[in-house]
Write a protein that binds this ligand. Structure first.
Ligand code: ADP
Length: 261
């Protein structure tokens, strides 16, 4: 009888072990697919600017070097391509940090009104090129102190405003507003009157490398990682991000932050 009990226990242990191993293998397989997909996406993103730069270099080598004017034009374009590559690599670096290493936050009290003004100053030229007006609307013009990682929140605001310019229509507006919410929170909204996003795509835009209009978005530059980075940062703060959008009317991205005590 004892032997039967022992065999039963042993069989159960072996079954459990096999089940655990199976789960482990499944997880590894998922991870492996994820890795492969990531690498595939990365090389795809890098290909276009790399070929562009190579194109200009080859044209220069082919004779364009001799013409001073053409030479400068092509070198400038090649440099633009390199800038694009640097931009993509920086975003990749950031998403890897966020996904692999977890998010290290350096939280401090800072004035979000000032941060919005900084971001607007940095992006003014970019907006001006499309004649887009940047406006700021808040009941508390001078200061609203929040507790968060200042640099990361600057990144969030920058990515959202850059998108509002990229997908905004010429002569349009981007508005940032900040409102107080209950429970010691504020909500920051970035609103544009641009092309908007179809309902079926709204859920997917926060996925890395997801783009609604592949060719259109690529023409506008970017890495397809901007919103994935934004979501990671906001959720890393245990806060929420929302999006509302209507085709032809515009989009509003908003996120919450904790007020300083
Ligand atoms: P990228 O802009 O580099 O393509 P993002 O992750 O920042 O990548 O955005 C993902 C996609 O979401 C964009 O390609 C675009 O299709 C859509 N999108 C983001 N912001 C807006 C916006 N303000 N208006 C319309 N579409 C947007």
């Amino acid at each position: 009888k004892q032997i039967t009990t022992d065999i039963k226990t042993l069989t159960r242990d072996v079954e459990r072990f096999a089940q655990d191993k199976k789960l482990e293998i499944e997880t590894l397989k998922i991870r492996e697919n994820y890795r492969k997909e990531f690498i595939g996406n990365v090389s795809h993103e890098l290909k276009t600017p790399l070929f562009t730069v190579q194109g200009y270099i080859l044209t220069l080598l082919d004779g364009a070097l001799k013409d001073k004017k053409v030479r400068k034009k092509y070198l400038k374009r090649a440099n633009k391509g390199v800038e694009r590559l640097i931009y993509i690599v920086k975003d990749l670096d950031m998403i890897t940090q966020l996904e692999v290493g977890g998010l290290q936050l350096y939280q401090e009290d800072f004035n979000i009104v000032k941060l919005v003004q900084n971001v607007f100053d940095l992006l003014e030229m970019k907006a001006a090129r499309k004649n887009i007006t940047l406006t700021f609307d808040t009941d508390y013009k001078e200061s609203i102190f929040v507790n968060a990682d200042r640099e990361r929140i600057q990144q969030v605001l920058t990515n959202l405003v850059v998108n509002s310019i990229k997908y905004g229509k010429p002569d349009g507006t981007t508005e940032i507003s900040i409102e107080h919410l209950i429970k010691n929170k504020v909500i920051v909204r970035v609103t544009d009157n641009g092309e908007g996003i179809e309902k079926k795509n709204i859920q997917r835009i926060f996925e890395r490398f997801y783009r609604v209009d592949k060719s259109g978005s690529r023409k506008e530059g970017g890495s397809g990682l901007g919103l994935a980075i934004v979501k990671h940062i906001v959720e890393g703060h245990n806060e929420k991000i929302y999006v509302e959008s209507e085709i032809g009317v515009g989009s509003e991205f908003s996120f919450t932050l904790e007020k300083s005590k």
